[in-house]
Design a protein around this ligand. Structure first.
Ligand code: ADP
Ligand code: MG
Length: 574
């Protein structure tokens, strides 16, 4: 049955003044003149989580030029632009709220600075647009305000759609810019391998952020724009604009050195976020990083499930086996060692480490400490003695911020100095310093054997249920997931950019269970998940087709799984 605008109008006037549950009559599709409205879930009362609706525009109504949307990269960029604009304008409706609780509130996922496939706005290859958001259906107490609902659904909403979701709402210049910048960023990232690079920062990039909790760029006039040292300059091609020069960070072991507060961590964080594309105007549009790059930090207190940390740590007191290390309460050093092995397991080819968030005893043990604590009593082989082998034998490069320990100069292929926010190539100088001042420290530990031992998780240890509820998955913030009775702390997983990604990750964990057949190793399970997301998209995670998911990386799914406190293994194989 086709229900029209007239039907919606009369339904709303019929239920006007009745109890809130009568709003259930709105469920299903309505063919409005401008778009199809789908009411997918009706809230129980005005104070509950608002109702979930979708607006669907056919290609003619949306009106986008097929050229603008000619590939997935362009469609993702435009979808983020529409979502950002819709979310922004919708906020204005909240000011005009009518009624109790969340009456009149229209809310859409905010995509932030990153450009990621999401379920708030989906653009089909045919140019159709589906926007998903929530609406607080108006009521006074628990009594339906039919007239307000009519205004909201038949006036406010069509106006909002016309100003945000159709081609005519945007200038052609803006649309092209968003599509082209995203396509170019993908294209540049794809060239890293050819040049032997792990990351690229274009000249003119604006790296610092407004604050520790505000991801937008620092205001122009206060920032020093990035400029490559001549020796590291590389030029990458773009499809839609002239080539762009900037600093290429080659594979291998690279150090970021410099005085405190001179911009080291800012560069490292920009590289860490360079696994994602950014919106035009962000300042980091042309910072692109190997898509597998993983930031690692010490995280004492986290749980670890059967990780082979023996390349870094052997013979713990009490004889605990470090080839299959399990704990509910890791130390700084064991957590950092586990983080590195887990990242390798998840396919990382670039490790990003900041001394600010590292365990000192994991990073270095100097000559005096070596003299005081003899080899046999020290289980840790510090990172400095493994970082070269990680690259040569395990294929993982490292970019490391280190201001405190010059011992690292011995193991660096490249030394980048940050001086008053300006980058300098100090490699040659560092070599002569290292030659003039030998550290006298001995290399610790026998050569490491990579790869690590494969882990096979037990499907029964994935427990999304709580009490009689089959699935309790809540994501109160970007940094926390409630998964069944477990609460997973994501603070240390620095490359989760959005809460919507954390939601998708939490739902992915429940899905991983189905892949955990006999003898499936973590790598295989992650690969199966990646294939599922790539072929079916985020909707594969949730039959309810909500609008609050954004695409996560395999690395963050792996890192979250690793922090699940219930996780156990069926056995490990070499
Ligand atoms: P470090 O890690 O060397 O101690 P940070 O990267 O934390 O330094 O930077 C210190 C401060 O300087 C931060 O507040 C940061 O936002 C700011 N900052 C970093 N880079 C720039 C820049 N290029 N221009 C202006 N301010 C910057
Ligand atoms: Mg720092």
């Amino acid at each position: 049955m086709r229900r029209t605008e007239e039907d919606l109008r009369s339904t709303l006037s019929r239920i006007d003044g009745r109890g809130y549950p009568a709003y259930r009559d709105l469920r299903g599709s309505w063919m409005l003149p401008q778009f199809t409205l789908e009411v997918r879930h009706v809230q129980g009362d005005p104070f509950a989580a608002p109702s979930r609706v979708a607006v669907i525009l056919d290609p003619d109504r949306a009106g986008f030029d097929p050229k603008t949307l000619s590939n997935a990269s362009r469609r993702t960029a435009i979808s983020c632009l529409l979502a950002r604009k819709f979310a922004h304008r919708a906020r204005a409706t909240r000011a005009r709220r009518t009624g109790s609780g969340r009456s009149g509130e229209v809310t859409m996922l905010e995509p932030g600075q990153v450009v990621l496939p999401n379920t708030a706005v989906l653009i089909g290859s045919d140019g159709s647009v589906e926007a998903r958001f929530t609406i607080g259906l108006p009521a006074a107490g628990r009594r339906i305000l039919g007239r307000q609902a009519t205004t909201l659904l038949l006036e406010t909403l069509p106006a909002l759609v016309a100003r945000t979701l159709v081609c005519g709402a945007h200038s052609p210049v803006q649309l092209n810019r968003h599509a082209e910048v995203n396509e170019d960023a993908d294209h540049m990232r794809a060239q890293l391998g050819k040049f032997g690079l792990v990351a690229f920062i274009a000249n003119g990039s604006l790296l610092p952020r407004r604050s520790g909790i505000d991801d937008r760029s620092l205001k122009d006039n206060r920032a020093v724009l990035f400029n490559s040292p001549p020796s590291l300059e590389v030029t990458l091609e773009r499809l839609n604009s002239p080539p762009l020069a900037g600093m290429g960070i080659p594979r291998g072991v690279s150090l970021l050195v410099g005085g405190g507060y001179h911009g080291k961590s800012t560069v490292l964080d920009a590289v860490a976020q360079g696994v994602y594309n950014h919106r035009p105007g962000d300042g980091r549009e042309w910072v692109v990083t190997d898509p597998t790059a993983t930031k690692i930090q010490a995280e004492d207190g986290r749980s670890v499930a059967g990780v082979d940390i023996s390349p870094f740590i052997s013979t713990l007191p009490g004889g605990q086996d470090t080839t299959c290390f399990t704990t509910t309460n890791a130390s700084g050093s064991t957590s950092q060692a586990a983080g590195i092995i887990e990242a390798l397991e998840a396919g990382s080819r670039l490790l990003l480490i900041d001394e600010d968030t590292s365990a000192t005893n994991f990073m270095i043990r100097d000559r005096r400490m070596q003299a005081l604590i003899k080899g046999d009593d020290e289980p840790i082989t510090p990172f400095i003695d493994r970082v070269q082998s990680l690259y040569r034998d395990a294929g993982a490069s490292t970019l490391l911020v280190i201001g405190g320990s010059g011992d690292y100069l011995d193991v660096a292929d490249l030394v980048l100095g940050m001086v008053r926010y300006e980058a300098h190539d100090l490699t040659a100088e560092a070599r002569s310093v290292a030659a003039a001042h030998p550290t006298g420290r001995a290399v610790h530990g026998a050569p490491a054997t990579w790869p690590w031992r494969h882990r096979c998780p037990d499907a029964r240890s994935i427990r999304p249920w709580r009490g009689r509820k089959q699935s309790h998955i809540k994501v109160p913030s970007r940094a926390a997931v409630e998964f069944g009775n477990d609460r997973i702390d994501l603070t240390g997983i620095r490359q989760i950019a959005l809460r919507a990604q954390a939601r998708a990750i939490a739902l992915s964990l429940a899905h991983l269970q189905q892949f955990m057949g006999a003898g499936m190793a973590v790598e295989d399970i992650l690969e199966a998940m990646r294939t599922l997301l790539e072929s079916e998209g985020l909707d594969a995670l949730e039959p309810a087709r909500t609008g609050d998911l954004a695409m996560p990386r395999t690395q963050e799914i792996a890192a979250t799984l690793a922090r699940l406190r219930t996780l156990t293994l069926t056995g490990a194989q070499s």
